[in-house]
Design a protein around this ligand. Sequence first.
Ligand code: HEM
Length: 307
Amino acid sequence: MNVPFAPPHAAGAARRPPGPKGLPFLGNLLEFSRDVLRYYGEWAREYGDIFAFSLRGWPVVLLNNSDYAEYVLVRNHRNFVKFPFFFRHVRAIFGQGLLTSEGAIWHRQRRLAAPAFHAERLKRYGEATVRYTERMLADWRPAEARDVQADMMALTLRIAAKALFDTDVEKDVAEIGKAFGAVVEEIAVRFRRPFRIPDAVPTPGNIRYMRGVRRIDRLVSEIIRGRRDQGDDRGDLLSILMLARDDEGRPMSDGQLRDEVITLLLAGHETTALALGWTWYRLSRIAMSTLGSPPSCAMSSATARRR
Ligand code: HEM
């Protein structure tokens, strides 16, 4: 179904959707940093599927409907640019990868990376996803309490590392996971801070962040170098990116490869782990309201698998 949606410029003037009033200068940053989910929910209930707010002078329009998202990301993406309020915080880790790049670089990279997402490839990643999930579930025991968010992070990172590098070396995966943990923690703090502190300022958060970035850099560069030395096609995402050639027959530079690999690794595992974590949470709430007592999600899932 297509929801009728007139973008602000369609009316000829810059119209702004309704939304919550904010404080002078800070706008709605305090609510955003205190409890973003609670306020998004309240604002959506009050203002509907499209509402506007402000983050310290940056106007934000939130689209809470998949047709609107399709309008922006698919049908009219040429009319929109990425939002620097967020992306300037993450340049050191993502560089010029697909998530943060714009214009000609983004277009070239998008075309080079496309074969990695063809249906046949996705089927293979799907098989690996099932295999790793079954392996994880085999370790779960009835009635044991588990930190499902940590389990989901570990699971999706293993799957992403397998799809990207064809590696299931636990040592690599654990080291990448630890370094990403430090980086993601600092990124979350940055998004909530009312002012920007450049990476070069040695705050404790920046030090941890840059240490994490250097560690990931080192690990990913080692993997890329190793693969260049071997020169074989392993059928994984890294091989596809390394073998890709643009219209003039040029391959990606090592720096560009590094940016794409880190982008896919982080964008591909953190998002899915969070979505799964919230899924478990919702399931447990539903089970609790139906059964009247806190269920063990781990137990019900692991038991169900063995049946
Ligand atoms: C529940 C899971 C996911 C969510 C909620 C999610 C969300 C998003 C969103 C909102 C964007 C648009 C960002 C922007 O331009 O402002 C995006 C872009 C992107 N995501 Fe995801 N994502 C998910 C899973 C994945 C996975 C599994 C991968 C990789 C395997 C991935 C890789 C990317 C990349 C490369 C981009 C940039 C695309 C481009 O600009 O060409 N994401 N994602």
